[in-house]
Design a protein around this ligand. Structure first.
Ligand code: C5P
Length: 232
């Protein structure tokens, strides 16, 4: 898969999601479905969006014992999504189990990427709450390497880390980066942001964009602006 813009469909109902997607006449953007929408609507929302012809990143961030994650991934692989994810902190064994569960009898599977440290975790909370004393950048790169060694396809990271991840894990290792804002747009609650053009320059493979598109006066125009800055 090449570079693309993934729209974070952070809506709480199928109705709101379809009202939003219906604006894109003739276009089928890559969409991200997170916990809120999935827990509200269940697997049917994934099947419906897939039936409409969209690619889907199912952002459920699994984290449990390897056997449980393997079985859960097996169920998710039947939903025919394009990207799934999990927490790298669940260990290499858990990531290997996930890959096994995700792989269909014919050898195909969705891409699998790992969350390293959430961007809501800072050095202080990592040291105090998780008792991890290393610098956070080092922890993120270590988790990225573990994900690569487990056979995963990439990680979710800040666009600011994408270059370093590629240096460490190779250019084929995918970087999927949220925290994207237009130069003249609202930052909202994101702290470390980049424009789509900057994310392109630094080598992000996929940008995940929510509110700059979903809350725009004209979401289709905002989406096209992202595509133009990031891909064209
Ligand atoms: O609206 P906004 O563009 O900030 O949305 C970004 C999306 O990416 C949200 O769905 C958010 O949960 C997700 N995300 C993030 N930072 C991470 C991981 C996921 O913003 N580190």
């Amino acid at each position: 898969m090449g570079k693309d813009v993934i729209i974070a469909c952070d809506f709480s109902s199928a109705e709101a999601t379809f009202k939003f997607l219906d604006k894109f006449t003739g276009k089928k953007p890559f969409v991200k479905i997170g916990m809120e929408l999935f827990y509200a609507e269940g697997p049917s929302i994934v099947k419906e969006i897939k039936k409409r012809g969209h690619k889907i990143f199912l952002d459920l961030k699994l984290h449990d014992i390897p056997n449980t994650v393997k079985k859960a991934m097996n169920v998710l692989s039947n939903l025919d999504v394009d990207i799934c994810n999990l927490h790298a902190s669940g260990t290499k064994r858990m990531m290997e189990g996930a890959l096994e569960g995700l792989t269909r009898p014919d050898g195909t599977r969705p891409l699998l990427i790992a969350v390293t440290q959430l961007t809501s975790t800072d050095q202080e909370s990592m040291e105090n709450d998780l008792l991890i004393k290393e610098p956070i950048d080092k922890v993120v790169m270590h988790y990225a390497k573990c994900a690569k060694e487990a056979g995963l396809d990439g990680i979710v990271c800040s666009p600011l880390e994408a270059g370093k991840v590629h240096e460490t894990c190779g250019n084929d290792f995918l970087t999927v980066t949220p925290g994207v804002r237009f130069a003249d747009g609202d930052i909202g609650d994101q702290k470390r942001v980049m424009t789509p053009a900057e994310a392109k320059k630094i080598g992000s493979d996929y940008i995940v964009v929510g509110r700059p598109i979903t809350a725009a006066d004209d979401p289709v125009v905002a989406y096209e602006r992202c595509i133009n800055e990031f891909i064209d």
